[in-house]
Design a binder for this molecule. Structure first.
Ligand SMILES: [Zn+2]
Length: 69
């Protein structure tokens, strides 16, 4: 079944925008509750039943001050 749940979620703890995307693992057929965690601070940002897993990535925002200067 297509239509993975991809979404942007604002981390309540650190304020980063986190892109959460669902990676479906075919052929297992066993739905479990999986959590998605903020890659920046480890806070749980999303949880849902899935037969795959959730991957996360920080979305760098253009107006954010860079720490690499
Ligand atoms: Zn966070």
């Amino acid at each position: 079944m297509a239509g993975a749940r991809n979404q942007e979620i604002r981390c309540e703890k650190c304020g980063k925008l986190v892109f959460v995307f669902e990676q479906l693992l075919g052929g297992i057929g066993c739905k479990e509750r999986e959590e998605a965690y903020c890659p920046n601070c480890g806070n749980e940002v999303y949880a849902a039943m899935t037969d795959g897993t959730f991957l996360t990535k920080i979305i760098e925002e253009a107006n954010e001050q860079s720490v690499n200067n």
